[in-house]
Design a protein around this ligand. Structure first.
Ligand SMILES: C[S@@+](CC[C@H](N)C(=O)[O-])C[C@H]1O[C@@H](n2cnc3c(N)ncnc32)[C@H](O)[C@@H]1O
Length: 364
């Protein structure tokens, strides 16, 4: 098959830095030149046990469906490049157990295609609803599934990267430590915390848990869709997610690909950060909506230039400390059948006074 230069396609839309292709992404990437892409960042259709509107692949067939993509991704990535896949988990049909497809995908990519797992990330969406209701809110035998896995893979063990690009403000406790000092000692884990940790580097290195609430409700993209009577894409990732990796793994002028572009969030991020980008999306209507991301760019880019920004309490997602509501003894017996028999009565309520008191404490 002839390899195209990135200018040869019949593009749906182009900007100064980016190009959108409407059609099958496998055909599209098969025609890209080898070793030409710095970063592939994407959220592919998830494997599902029930079909969604944009033709997801059944979880059991996912690995075989993905293999041709794996081959092409490896071929088109530069040696220094990275492949970042955001992927959600799925429950097995009719059972309170989880499918393993996204772990199998990771193992397949490393074992069969020679990718390196540079690091596994987890996107925590605090706004996730407690589903599936049957297991979480009715039988109360599982907890909320609020994490997507993000596999950061690379062609070489040393992809280009810098965590200095994605620093975050120090937490209150770290600020306190820097101001008031810390007595170096041994942690329960056995780590010797030396006074090196007291250096004020201006900002903190983030963990591999990305806390981003997916609650977009009045963005320029959504307003554009409303004004054109287009239905917004139903499974968008938040801008901060591709932005984290574009910042950390690419330089200005590098080439980024999103082969399952949806509403083209990746393109929007690249445009703002001055990376070149290409994307492909099967459904034309999604790209029509994506146009809203580029028409309003001038307005949007000014939103980020607030150099006087100071972190506030709302800039941190707080995880309540585990154990806040625990009683000294567990008096209620667990169902011997693991919740197989559906309960008839309502849920037992936590004492609201105690719950409120604990909430107050958790903010200390
Ligand atoms: C999870 S969504 C991506 C959403 C996107 N990250 C966003 O934030 O808008 C996956 C997308 O892949 C598209 N898709 C599925 N199969 C495709 C294919 N063979 N070629 C191109 N796009 C495809 C779907 O139409 C869907 O929009």
């Amino acid at each position: 098959m002839p390899q195209h230069s990135h200018d040869d396609f019949n593009w749906f839309h182009t900007t100064k830095l980016g190009k959108m292709f409407n059609g099958d992404s496998y055909q599209f990437i098969s025609n890209l030149r080898a070793n030409s892409i710095d970063l592939i960042v994407t959220s592919p259709p998830f494997g599902l046990v029930r079909e969604k509107e944009y033709g997801n692949v059944p979880a059991d067939e996912y690995i075989n469906w993905f293999k041709p993509y794996a081959h092409q991704f490896k071929r088109i990535l530069k040696h220094s490049g990275s492949l970042v896949i955001d992927i959600g988990g799925v429950w097995n049909k009719g059972e309170p157990t989880r499918h393993l497809y996204h772990f199998k995908l990771l193992i397949m990519l490393c074992d069969e295609y020679g990718f390196n797992l540079a690091q596994d990330f987890y996107w925590w969406n605090p706004a996730k609803l407690p589903t599936p209701a049957e297991w979480v809110t009715v039988r109360r035998i599982r907890v909320k599934d609020a994490l997507n896995k993000i596999w950061w893979l690379s062609k070489s063990p040393w992809p280009k990267a810098s965590n200095r690009r994605v620093l975050q403000p120090y937490s209150d406790s770290m600020e306190d430590l820097l101001t008031n000092g810390y007595k170096p000692n041994l942690r329960p884990s056995g780590h010797d915390i030396s006074d090196r940790f007291q250096n004020d580097n201006g900002a903190a290195i983030p963990p591999n848990l990305l806390a981003i609430a997916n609650t977009e409700s009045n963005s320029p993209y959504l307003r554009y869709c409303r004004s054109k009577q287009l239905r917004p894409h139903p499974a968008r990732f938040p801008v901060e997610l591709p932005e984290f990796f574009v910042r950390m793994l690419t330089d200005e002028g590098d080439l980024v690909l999103d082969p399952f572009a949806g509403s083209c969030v990746t393109g929007e991020v690249c445009e703002r950060l001055r990376r070149r980008w290409i994307c492909a999306e099967l459904v034309e209507a999604y790209l029509e909506g994506a146009m809203g991301r580029f028409e309003t760019r001038a307005k949007r880019s000014t939103q980020r230039k607030n150099t006087n920004w100071e972190p506030s309490d709302n800039d941190y997602f707080k995880l309540p400390r585990v154990g806040l509501l625990w009683e000294s003894r567990t008096t209620d017996k667990l169902a011997k059948d693991g919740g197989k028999k559906r309960p008839r009565t309502g849920n037992r309520r936590v004492n609201p006074d105690k719950s409120r008191r604990a909430k107050g404490r958790s903010r200390d």
